[in-house]
Design a protein around this ligand. Sequence first.
Ligand SMILES: Cc1cc2nc3c(=O)[nH]c(=O)nc-3n(C[C@H](O)[C@H](O)[C@H](O)COP(=O)(O)OP(=O)(O)OC[C@H]3O[C@@H](n4cnc5c(N)ncnc54)[C@H](O)[C@@H]3O)c2cc1C
Ligand code: SF4
Length: 326
Amino acid sequence: MHLDAFELHRPESLSETLRLAQTWAGQSDFLAGGTDLLPNYKMHLNLRPHLIALDRVSELGGVSLDRFGATATLGELERYLGQARAYPGVADAVTEVATPLVRATATLGGNLLVDTRCFFFNQSHFWRQSLGYCLKADGDRCHVVPQKERCYATFSGDLAPALMVVDAEVEVAGASGVRRLPLRDLYDRTGDGIRRLRLAPGELLVAVHLPSEARQFRASYLKLRIRPSFDFPELGVAVAARTDGDRIEALRLAVGGLETYPRRFDELTDPLEGQRWSEERIRDLAAAVSAAVRPVRNTSLAPDYRKRMAGVYVRRAIDRMRHRGG
Ligand SMILES: Cc1cc2nc3c(=O)[nH]c(=O)nc-3n(C[C@H](O)[C@H](O)[C@H](O)COP(=O)(O)OP(=O)(O)OC[C@H]3O[C@@H](n4cnc5c(N)ncnc54)[C@H](O)[C@@H]3O)c2cc1C
Ligand code: SF4
């Protein structure tokens, strides 16, 4: 594996970054920590000739209680959340991403926009060529679900579900200005699995914003993976709730690591608002999540197992959240 030549641009302001993105539209990628993009480039996955580095753009950095900059490293976020004792579910998730070495370089923006993963995609060029490539890079068919329309590669970022359940919003900037949208709407579930983000060409992530209500939630994040010291999630469950005693005032649940998109389950949690916690309600919620998710055979663990564990992890994540301080 080797890295082909590319031209590296290192803008020092947001406006210069956006201008470069317009100049090289369709021929460039943004480069943050490079921990996802560069290994993919080494495997010749969807190469572009220009990289626009974000590390010198001060508008994208910084971490505070209500704003996490897109280029804040995961290590920086982890330290901040530990000291501030804030957003326990996000703190659970960030501590479980990869290794301390990766977290020292990987950024929040890169984690939210990390490419989806699949056995048949995260492979060397030689390996993929021997199979005739696939829809997501260089080919025209899918090896996991044989057809030519849609990719089922798995979204394997830990932070998105944990941030979604505290109603985080993302700030994005592009040629037509700056806008904000709920994080859960950043992921376009209606797409073909390849174009799966609601970002216009050349738009970039500036920051994640946390509403003040987010600090009233108890929360937790639990992750299933093979090697606890290192691996991507085979399943991640995030849950957050605001309660009055045993009465649920607000409840959010999101799941990642199973499908092409991190997914929030408002249709299952909204009916529980106003109710009291009970073993039966938790069991029913867990069973409904497990029934709804559709993992496919493209990661290390079998889809049936991951589907079953989704229910188990929903119960465990709720238990952990409820036994945690406010
Ligand atoms: C060994 C290893 C283990 C890992 N394990 C885990 C794990 O357990 N859990 C997990 O969640 N992740 C895991 N990862 C993935 C890791 O979290 C991501 O690689 C990292 O978060 C990506 O951040 P980055 O800054 O390096 O992004 P980059 O690699 O620089 O970029 C990733 C993508 O995001 C785009 N991008 C980045 N920032 C912006 C922005 N501000 N605006 C627009 N586009 C942007 C890039 O163009 C690229 O498409 C692992 C990675 C490695 C190498
Ligand atoms: S799910 Fe199919 S199209 Fe997508 S990366 Fe895997 S093999 Fe390729």
